[in-house]
Design a protein around this ligand. Structure first.
Ligand code: FCB
Length: 444
């Protein structure tokens, strides 16, 4: 088992969540709807008709959740802000009550010794923007996103040290605009490419706004999900498909943001979307890179708009409830490659696994498979560090079991179990495992 002394003293331990997945309070205190409220209300979109209306009710129970972070001795908590809670229309007049919630959350974290890491966008676009044609497929969203960033920087910049623009821009653009399986449910290659480019431009505009508003020393980054794209079969066609998948899923949002240049495949696909000056507008120096990673992916050649489709992991591979391949070696390689390619300090901002383990008769949640997964993936972090990767922290996905997007409440990713009927929280074995690594005094 990995142990605390394997990691440097200043290694950052923590957990991540996202607003729509945990907050609930979907129509309280002036919050406007997001595309996920609309999407989950549409029959057939989310498994079992689940919605984020209540979720973990973190909006009301944040003190209890922060107390659990404190007891685990976590040094950082990455959360996202619900754009439509603070700007119900996505622009215009801010909602003071919504801003107050994040004020309270940030203060509670600071009082508990947990650094707030704020992510501006974890997938819940204000519905009003989408409906009026100002969503990610429109270039007009760029200054609106920068204004939203500026609003939060003004309000919270005196207390929030770490800022991220986007969570997994590669994932939500493909799932929401290319494949149509996430909000807003659009399935169109051109819309996907539009969204990717406008998200990239929005990132650049937001970072510049943040730099202008935040105190010197603010740590600004972005959070891609990078997964090796491997050919399903060792054929020329599948290898070509894997190269396309790598561009679409890994390079398309990371290269312009971290290197200032689209890769050749994406550049060709983007065509006239890339206007003179766009790459310069997207790129601006950052302080850190948040790496989300769960498993490698497999590409199969396909005659479709993308030239590839997602294939299953190889026969006999160890997989989780999501069907994702457990492969810590791929994680190690991705950490090494990411650190080298992008040259920034790397923090793991998401990693973890889904199960459906409930409390036993003694009331304990013994998620032994997760403990094993975390142990092996943290071993990969150590190997990557030994190979020279500049990995400085590990924030598990997730603090709490939560609304897993189109999969609803079935898959449980938390290190704290949530009973969705009573909303009771129960720390799992994996929580105690991480708490010990983070140096918590005594396990609860
Ligand atoms: C990531 C998302 C996160 C969660 C995990 C399981 O892609 O960022 O919200 O759904 O997957």
């Amino acid at each position: 088992m990995v142990s605390r002394s394997d990691f440097p003293k200043d290694f950052v331990w923590g957990a991540s969540t996202a607003s729509y997945q945990i907050e609930g309070a979907h129509d309280l205190d002036g919050r406007g709807p997001s595309i996920w409220d609309a999407f989950s209300a549409e029959p057939g979109r989310v498994k079992n008709g689940d919605t984020g209306n209540v979720a973990c009710d973190h909006y009301h129970r944040y003190k209890e959740d922060v107390a659990l972070m404190k007891a685990a001795n976590f040094g950082a908590y990455r959360f996202s802000v619900s754009w439509s809670r603070v700007l119900p229309e996505g622009r215009g007049a801010p909602n003071e009550a919504g801003l107050d919630f994040y004020d309270r959350l940030v203060d509670e974290l600071l009082q508990s010794g947990v650094a707030p890491w704020l992510c501006l966008y974890h997938w819940d676009l204000p519905l009003a923007l989408h409906k009026s044609g100002l969503g990610w497929t429109s270039r007009e969203i760029v200054p609106l996103f920068a204004d939203y960033a500026g609003l939060l920087a003004k309000r919270l910049g005196d207390r929030v040290s770490h800022w991220a623009t986007f969570n997994e821009p590669n994932m939500f653009t493909m799932l929401g605009y290319g494949a149509g399986v996430h909000a807003p449910g659009i399935r169109d290659r051109e819309a996907w490419l539009d969204a990717v480019h406008h998200v990239n431009l929005s990132h650049g505009a937001a970072v510049r706004r943040l730099r202008g508003e935040l105190p010197a020393g603010a740590q600004i980054g972005s959070v891609p999900n990078l997964q090796p794209a491997l050919p399903a079969a060792n054929t020329e066609d599948d290898r070509a498909a894997a190269a396309k998948m790598d561009s679409a899923m890994n390079r398309g949002t990371a290269d312009p943001v971290f290197l200032g240049k689209y890769d050749p495949i994406m550049r060709e696909w983007m065509g006239a979307r890339i206007k003179p000056g766009d790459e310069e507008a997207i790129y601006t120096p950052l302080d850190w890179l948040g790496l989300n990673h769960y498993s490698p992916t497999y590409a199969q050649a396909r005659v479709n708009a993308f030239g590839f489709r997602n294939a299953s992991p190889p026969e006999g591979a160890e997989t989780t409830l999501m069907g994702w391949h457990v492969a810590p070696g791929a994680f190690r390689d991705m950490l090494v490659e990411t650190s080298k390619r992008y040259g920034l300090p790397v923090y793991v901002t998401e990693n973890g696994m889904a199960d459906d383990v409930e409390a036993d008769t003694a009331g304990r949640v013994e998620d032994t498979a997760r403990v094993s997964y975390l142990n092996r993936y943290l071993g990969a972090v150590l190997e990557a560090r030994a190979a020279g990767a500049d990995v400085r922290g590990y924030l598990v996905w997730s603090m709490l079991d939560n609304f897993e997007w189109a999969m609803g409440y079935g898959p449980r990713f938390g290190v704290v179990h949530v009973d969705y009927r009573t909303l009771r929280r129960t720390p799992k074995a994996s929580y105690h495992f991480l708490a010990e690594l983070a140096g918590a005094k005594a396990s609860m």
